[in-house]
Write a protein that binds this ligand. Sequence first.
Ligand code: G1P
Length: 296
Amino acid sequence: MIRKAVIPAAGLGTRFLPATKVLPKELLPVVDRPVMEYAVTEAGAAGVTEIIVVVSPDKDMLLRHFAPNPELEEGLESRGKQRQLQSLRAIGAGITLRSVLQESPLGLGHAVLMAQDAVGDEPFACLLPDDIFLAKQPVIGQMIDVYRERGCSVLAVRRVPRDTIGRFGSIRFSTHEASVYTIEDVVEKPDPAVAPSELALLGRYVLTPGIFAALARTGRGAGGEIQLTDAIKQLLSTEPVVALEFEADYFDVGTIPGFLKTSIALGRAREDLRVELDEYLQRLISSPPDRPPSSA
Ligand code: G1P
């Protein structure tokens, strides 16, 4: 029922400069996959067949990762590299990706608005590539299940320590049934002292097309940007919106510490890397930081 997903990937990647001077931050590798591939794979596993990637003017390179590369495939084939060939062919299999442009970095809400024509008048998923989830059932799939039951927009939430809520959007809810909360209000980057709850919005959304009219009416909010959260607040005056406290392990690759921790965690999640990584981490932790053991 949800066929389309929007992946906003137009951010400047300022936190990662100079690594992102040429390379879009969504192509930085976590273990052996670029950041954005995690979101694309998750959407595909939940039944999405079309992804609209919102890019900034010089980010064409992003889509190339998901397009076939016949020359490279031939080279691998002729050298008998079947495993690599399979993993290459599996990237984004069954999904059509297209890009739409966000000319200026006016914020997440503005980026989603740029996808309006491509999405049309149907509900859609939205995945922020900075948030990576490991789960038996993809988080966006868990949310699509809730959408099927409730027929309204669904936001992903997770409980966080109060002193960190200011980094996220936060929800105020009236009631909840198991892990589904009926939302009364949402606030982007609240002051922790007055935040409506400790339930933080994370980067997965199922949105009804009504969000586009709300976005078109939304002015600049937190950080001087057009915020998706502020448009959801407007949507609440005309439609119900619920939040799902999802089941998954959550990783943040939007900051340098988060990126490094995620790389280690997802490296350890791989059986072929675990023993060597663990052995190194143990030696590393007992060494002075200015004299780390060799990684060779
Ligand atoms: C965005 C959203 C915010 C959400 C966060 C999750 O913020 O605006 O509501 O909590 O993603 O990662 P950003 O991280 O882009 O500042």
